[in-house]
Ligand binder design. Sequence first.
Ligand code: SAM
Ligand code: SF4
Length: 497
Amino acid sequence: MSETHERFAPETIIKRDEIDRYCDGGRDFIRDDEIRAELAANAKPDAARVRDILQKSLAIQTLSGPEVAALLAVDDPELLAEMAQAAWDVKHKVYDNRIVTFAPMYISSYCMNRCRYCGFSLDNHKEKRRCLSMDEIRREAEAMIRIGHKRVMAVYGEHPMTGARFIADSLAAIYSAEVPGRVPGSRNQVRRINVNAAPLCIDDLKIVHEAGIGTFQVFQETYDHKVYSEMHPADTVKGDFGWRVTCFHRAFDAGIDDVGLGVLFGLQPDWKYEVAAMCTHARELERFVGIGPHTFSVPRMHAASGSEVANAKSSFTDDDFFKAVMVLRLAVPYTGLIVTARETKELRDRCLRIGCTQMDAGTRIDIGGYSAGSREQKIDEQQFMLGDSRSLEQMIVDLARQGVITSFCTAGYRCGRTGGCIMDALKTGKEGTFCKINAVLTFREWLDDFASPESIAVCTPLIERELAAIAEQYPVFYPQVKKRYDRICAGERDLYF
Ligand code: SAM
Ligand code: SF4
């Protein structure tokens, strides 16, 4: 594939007018100087102000820039403990006691960009590249379904070969995959596909929208314009900060109302700036269309093939990571928070207790890794190295031992509870009720379809406890829940509220 290593001109992809219309006087909405000034002006918040801010988070209201800056400045252990407690309470109020799980499917490692931290960079000649065919994508989906996955994050490098039509076709291939279930006559399928891909133009976003995308994720990597230009060469598409930072405005204009923001932590030392700027981005989306991000992701840079930047020691510590997650939980209380298998089990367990809402498990990030059944990580065949290699079943059992239920719920997306509708439900705590009930129903289904007798024995008391809590909290609704639960136990599938 010689054409895959030719450079392609950013002007052939980027539509300048689809950036400018979302900017003010040619300047995008991330004002580095203003964010830094807010961080400096709020560097010594007093305890009473911090407690007032926590009350605002607990009322599920988005925090302002100065409020986020004040929380980022807290270093008093007593106040930090109060913040952790508030983060936990916010998580419970909005999402109840569950972790939604998913797994990434890496579809292509061909990329025309030269991001200095990524193993897929065009400059990395050691990477063994691969792009799955539609048949291979279907087989990969079948392998994931056999493990028990229902939610897939499809991931692509940026390349003409994997443009919008290819992405749409690959979603269709994944949705078409089916595997017979344990219950005679039943079929297991992927029920939701989120996409992590490069920014697209409005017409291309419409194509992906029609193909049934769940969340559209694009990580800004860094909101610092200067660091951004150092990490992404100017003669690449990704070198255009404005094209990337306006991609969700285009997504909304194309009809996609479910978007996921992210920062690549560790890329630059000033992580507080990145948290503050990502919250600015969230508020800008609220201003633009009244709908904030569905998720924040907090990927952190890990070792990658051929990358000096990724393989250098970073000053960003686990404690910084923990605090970043905690402040994000409090800053935009309705937004889901994804902590991926890049991180270790220990750090992910800590993040559970301050408001993480989604974790991947049984993760393979080599192209075709699920169908190959490979377990070993190979640096030249994947984008970066993972920190948590637990299987899906191991993670589920570990979570259950901590009293946390794993949810495979995809109801919101399939019932039209997305965009503004889900925002309202999350803010008022209504979605938390659905979360709790659908977590129980989908967890029961998963245990019966995929778990070993030992895992079922560990997890069943947790389901019984959750059912009892539903009976107590929603006595009027409970009989309907119990009826569906019993139908699932009897072998019916895909029942939800
Ligand atoms: N190619 C698309 C793009 O960059 O927008 C999307 C897919 S890229 C494979 C997904 C994400 O992986 C990137 O947005 C970046 O945040 C993250 N990533 C890149 N290099 C990484 C590294 N060395 N360690 C951890 N995450 C990394
Ligand atoms: Fe390509 Fe994305 Fe990697 Fe950059 S981060 S080199 S765009 S795959």
